[in-house]
Every structure is written in structure tokens, then in C-alpha cells.
Design a binder for this molecule. Structure first.
Ligand SMILES: Nc1ncnc2c1ncn2[C@@H]1O[C@H](COP(=O)(O)OP(=O)(O)OP(=O)(O)O)[C@@H](O)[C@H]1O
Ligand SMILES: O=C(O)c1ccc[n+]([C@@H]2O[C@H](COP(=O)([O-])O)[C@@H](O)[C@H]2O)c1
Length: 186
């Protein structure tokens, strides 16, 4: 079974922090590929400043074009909202029965995972590769038997910073791939 890492996000927009992370997991671990799963707009969260779902997906596709180890996935667009990771995982497993999925997660998100939908089943069913994040409080990874911390590079870049740069007319060159920059500046 090929092992595929899942990187979930709003990707509003995708930036080099996401891409360097995805490439790290796709080429320096036992994973064959990493799929960037674009989360649709959460109806319980403010939509202000959120690019339409299809546009965020398109930007991810542009960003990873030509990379055989990365894929953009829109499975959550067709699932009930909000998107629960366990439901997404069930849908992905049904579509790709020969794939062994691994959850990629920032150290900042791991602590909250026990409160997610069907957390006990999620934690029992999937390996989790944890990457460091700036400012995240240390979490006891030993409490998560299927979680491992990997030394992915840490970049202090966020989609918020890219959006703020766009809003104030500052450069986003190198923060996003050139094709994404061109699309955002159209
Ligand atoms: N610079 C980065 N380095 C490592 N991981 C990142 C980085 N930026 C985002 N991520 C991770 O990628 C996942 C998806 O990111 P998301 O779309 O939420 O981007 P973001 O840049 O954090 O967005 P925003 O600034 O809008 O909150 C998140 O779970 C987050 O942990
Ligand atoms: O499954 C859940 O209950 C659940 C609860 C909170 C967050 N998540 C997932 O974690 C990712 C980050 O969530 P958030 O709220 O920190 O943006 C997002 O892509 C969700 O799919 C999942």
C-alpha cells in the first residue's frame, strides 16, 4: 500500500510555507505523496477575505503543477459542512482503498485533536506526522501512540501575511510561487 500524507488547510492562499512542508514530507519521509486537501468554507466561520473554494483549489493546482509527488484534493467540497477530518478520511479511504493515509499536523493542532469528531476512532485508525510550528506550546506526543514528530523546516509565513501584503499593496514575490502571484495580482 502506498502511504500518502494529507495536509488539510484553507489555502487562502497557498504559500511557500505549505509547499516546503509538503515537499519535505513527500521526499524525506516514507510517504510516496502528499495531498493538499482544500477545506471548503466553514459555515460557522467568518467568510470575509476568503477566496471562493474553486479559486483556492485552482491556486493550489497552479502552485504544484508538474510535481508528481503533490496533489490537490477537493474531496471535502462534496461532503457535509463543517468538514470533520474523520468523515473526510472515510470518504478518501472509500475512493482510494489501496492507499494508506497519514495525517500531517502542526504541533499547535495536536493538543486539540482529542476534542475532534470521533477522536478516539481517528486516533486509533491513522498515523500522525507532527511538524513543529512557531509559538506552539509543547505537547506530550507520547499521549498519542500513533503520532511522530518530524523535523520539517520551520517557516514563519502564513496566508494571513500574504493577504495582509496584498491588502496593503506590498510585494508577495517569493512568498507564493510566481504562477500564484500572477493570478493573485490579476
Ligand atoms: N509556514 C508554515 N509552516 C508550516 N506549516 C504551515 C505554515 N503555514 C501553514 N501551515 C500549516 O498548513 C496547514 C494549512 O494551513 P492554512 O491554510 O490554515 O494556512 P495558514 O497560512 O496557517 O492560514 P491563515 O494565516 O489564513 O490562518 C495548517 O494546519 C498549518 O499548520
Ligand atoms: O474533525 C474535526 O472535528 C476537526 C475539528 C477542528 C479542525 N479539524 C481540521 O483541522 C484543520 C485545521 O482546523 P482549524 O479549525 O484550526 O482551521 C482543518 O482542516 C479541519 O479539517 C477537524
Amino acid at each position: 500500500m502506498s502511504r500518502v500524507g494529507l495536509l488539510f488547510g484553507s489555502f487562502n492562499p497557498v504559500h511557500i510555507g505549505h509547499l516546503i512542508l509538503a515537499e519535505y514530507f513527500a521526499t524525506r519521509t516514507d510517504l510516496a505523496e502528499v495531498w493538499l486537501v482544500v477545506t471548503p468554507h466553514n459555515p460557522f466561520k467568518a467568510a470575509a477575505g476568503l477566496l471562493p473554494d474553486a479559486e483556492r483549489l485552482r491556486l493550489v493546482q497552479l502552485a504544484i503543477a508538474g510535481n508528481p509527488r503533490l496533489r490537490a484534493d477537493d474531496v471535502e467540497f462534496g461532503l457535509p459542512r463543517p468538514s470533520y477530518t474523520i468523515a473526510t478520511l472515510d470518504a478518501l479511504r472509500q475512493r482510494h482503498p489501496a492507499t494508506d493515509f497519514v495525517l500531517l499536523m502542526g504541533a499547535d493542532n495536536l493538543a486539540g485533536l482529542p476534542r475532534w469528531q470521533e477522536a478516539a476512532r481517528l486516533l486509533a485508525e491513522i498515523d500522525i506526522y507532527v511538524y513543529p510550528r512557531f509559538g506552539s506550546t509543547p505537547v506530550d506526543v507520547a499521549a498519542f501512540p500513533r503520532a511522530r514528530v518530524l523535523a520539517a523546516p520551520l517557516l514563519d509565513i502564513s496566508a494571513t501575511y500574504v493577504r495582509e501584503s496584498l491588502r496593503t499593496g506590498r510585494s508577495i514575490r517569493y512568498l507564493v510561487p510566481a504562477a500564484v502571484e500572477a493570478e493573485l495580482l490579476k
